[in-house]
Write a protein that binds this ligand. Structure first.
Ligand code: GLC
Ligand code: GLC
Length: 660
């Protein structure tokens, strides 16, 4: 194998980039016939192409410069960008202009996200439009719709096995329905977030079918091997992501009589990004999706997109190069678009995907896992330790803070962080798994195991926010005190993701305290995957309860949860200190309380969070010095506090303190 740069050595890559663009540009512009495109659009496109070309050229050269057909692919990639820009609608182009001038729009305290499955929430896209009022009532300005493209029949990994990126699953609607929804959401001030599932396609995607029918060009789109020789060599250094689905990372394909690389389910075929045709083909799909009206693309399974023998084939440098190149292309052809990273990996690796030049926003899986860790232990030391050096991010980027999503919880904290405060990572994970499956004595949680690997002892956890926080068990026991504690735990966690710095993301259903749904086992296409336990159907009759409450009929648990989170969202939006990411921890030397100051310009807010079911006392003097004031208003409780006395926290209480 020739290493990139070995076959071709340029002393001045910048010059080569310039020369290539000069050669390519006329042919790129020829993809438009002149009368079709406004002069202004042409100018804007060319300006951006010229601006981003040197970087794009360098990135593509790094990946594919050793190939004899590099120049061909370079030209095709630029043409793809040009064609997509032409197809972009006028409202999206306007938004592009706005966002070029305000690239950090997502850092506003007004941004609050929600995620849902269209079929489980409202059956289809048409009906989803009727619920925009619901999102507005809750205060959402960012809506992630779980994958809704055409999928293979039977098990499709919750939409992540896509057979066509250009059509919608007919059960959900059509591309026109999606565009219409995107328009309506934009009108309502809600950004649309969709997945870009680009690590793999379904085994019935046209490329995979071509490969199966013996088409060599498409066999090169995937990793396909005639026997176990090479797979076995790779296997020595690979992890198993879904060990209960299948051992190892390769699947025998009967029709082709060959082995196919399948990191996830056996029907999800990993794409081969060593092949520039794959890069360009997926670019086309990406820009098509963007042009339906997507504001944020969630880059699915980013860690896995580049493989190299002898490595873990996760988080390799080339994975970053690919994302950077896609990002440059987005700046050229869909400049308003933001990338969100889905890297549920070690915290040191998570941050490597975050940057203005890669993914501008990212899931914060470390915070998520450590909030659950603190809830189980009633101690905040590991969370504190991790936040001290893992919360700050580069400029113009943001965390997406969440408690639950459609996936499992994995204990991805850093073992070194743990060791430094006397915690053994391996043992602690065993404890957390026991705790969250409800096996540990006095555990309040009712989670279920996901992907237990008896060989390594590894396991992850499924379950809804409410079930993991104790509501399911408390309701079964019919114990009012336990119910109260569970509600407080939920509010505590939500109060943190809404204030700690970054975009808060609700997994819809959690605003009601939806419990685990064990009925997924009745559906053979879902029975093998316990993540379905926390993907329940929306229960619209609950809205009725809310109305009853407004009519003075008293509040149910669900109503209380809903109104509390809705109020906190509204409070967040009024708190200038909660914009951006800047956060300083306060070391209270109380093992049960997490305390921090949020700051933005001159605004400051002190947050106190009690992770235990015992009341706590906090030194008023410490709050005075951290918050620069004598008197504070607890905006959640609506009370005033004087720091000349100690400040008390009731069980699981969270306080948001503003100086008065
Ligand atoms: C991501 C998705 C997950 C899916 C996997 C394979 O991790 O969030 O649901 O199973 O990718 O696409
Ligand atoms: C992801 C992660 C894994 C996650 C899974 C879906 O990419 O690596 O932890 O939960 O795929 O289950």
């Amino acid at each position: 194998m020739i290493e990139p740069n070995e076959s071709l050595q340029f002393t001045d890559l910048g010059f080569e980039a310039e020369l290539s663009l000069k050669r390519i540009l006329p042919r790129v512009l020829s993809v438009w016939s002149e009368d079709e495109v406004h002069d202004l659009d042409v100018q804007r496109f060319v300006r951006r192409l010229e601006q981003h070309w040197p970087t794009l050229f360098r990135l593509l050269f790094e990946l594919y410069g050793h190939r004899y057909d590099f120049f061909y692919h370079l030209e095709e990639i630029a043409k793809t960008a040009a064609r997509s820009w032409k197809n972009r609608s006028a409202p999206l182009k306007n938004l592009d202009e706005q966002r070029i001038h305000e690239p950090d729009w997502f850092q506003s305290e007004r941004v609050v996200g929600g995620a849902l499955y269209v079929d489980l929430f409202s059956e289809n896209l048409g009906k989803l439009r009727e619920h925009i009022g619901y999102f507005k009532e809750l205060g959402l300005t960012y809506l992630h719709l779980m994958p809704l493209f055409a999928v293979r029949p039977g098990d499709n990994d919750g939409g992540y096995a896509i057979s066509n990126y250009r059509s919608i699953d007919p059960r959900l609607g059509t591309i026109d329905d999606l565009c219409r929804l995107a328009d309506d959401l934009r009108e309502a001030g809600i950004s649309l977030v969709l997945d870009f599932v680009f690590n793999h396609t379904s085994d019935d995607h046209i490329w995979a079918k071509q490969a199966q029918s013996g088409n060599k060009e498409y066999q090169q789109f995937y990793y396909i091997f005639p026997d176990r020789t090479i797979p076995d060599q790779y296997e020595r250094t690979l992890r198993e992501i879904f060990p209960t689905v299948r051992r190892g990372n390769f699947t025998w394909q009967d029709g082709m009589e060959q082995w196919v690389w399948t990191t996830f389910n056996s029907f999800q075929w990993d794409l081969n990004y060593q092949n520039p045709s794959v890069f360009r083909s997926m670019l086309e799909e990406m820009l098509f999706i963007a042009n339906t009206g997507v504001d944020i693309l969630r880059l699915d399974a980013v860690a896995f997109i580049w493989k190299q023998m002898g490595t873990s084939c996760e988080n390799l440098p080339q994975a970053h190069t690919i994302i950077r190149a896609y990002n440059e292309l987005a700046r050229i052809a869909a400049p308003g678009l933001v990338f969100k990273s889905e890297a549920i990996v070690h915290p040191d690796d998570v941050v490597k995907y975050i940057g203005a030049d890669q993914c501008q926003i990212s899931y914060n899986p470390t915070l998520m896992a450590l909030l659950w860790e603190s809830l189980a232990t009633r101690e905040t030391k590991l969370l504190f330790k991790s936040l001290t050096h893992r919360h700050q991010l580069p400029q113009r980027t943001s965390w997406v803070n969440y408690l639950r999503c459609h996936d499992d919880i994995g204990w991805t904290f850093d073992d070194q962080d743990a060791a430094e405060i006397g915690i053994n990572g391996y043992d602690h994970r065993q404890f957390l798994n026991e705790f969250y499956t409800g096996q540990f004595a006095n555990s309040f949680a009712r989670g279920v195991p996901f992907q237990h690997n008896p060989q390594t002892g590894d396991m992850r956890i499924s379950g809804t926010l409410a079930s993991l926080a104790g509501l399911e068990q408390a309701l079964l026991a019919g114990d009012r005190d336990l119910i109260e504690l569970a509600i407080r735990r939920i509010t505590l966690l939500q109060g943190i993701i809404l204030s700690v710095g970054g975009i808060p993301l609700l997994y819809l259903g959690e605003e009601w305290g939806l419990l685990n749904d064990y009925d997924f086992v009745k559906d053979p296409a879902k029975a093998g995957d316990t993540r379905w336990v926390h993907r329940p159907r929306m229960k619209w009759e609950y809205l009725q309860e809310l109305d009853d409450h407004h009519n003075g009929n008293g509040g149910s648990i669900r109503t209380r949860l809903f109104t509390t989170v809705k109020r906190m969202i509204a409070m967040r939006k009024e708190s200038a200190a909660l914009a951006g990411q800047k956060m300083e921890l306060i070391n209270l030397r109380n093992p049960h309380v997490l305390a921090y100051v949020r700051m933005n310009d001159s605004a400051r807010m002190v947050v106190l969070a009690n992770f235990s079911e015992e009341p706590q006392e906090i030194s008023g003097n410490q709050i005075r010095t951290a918050g620069f004031g004598h008197f504070f208003e607890d905006v959640l409780e609506g009370s005033e506090l004087n720091t000349s006395a100690d400040i008390s926290l009731s069980p699981y209480q969270i306080r948001w303190l503003n100086r008065v």
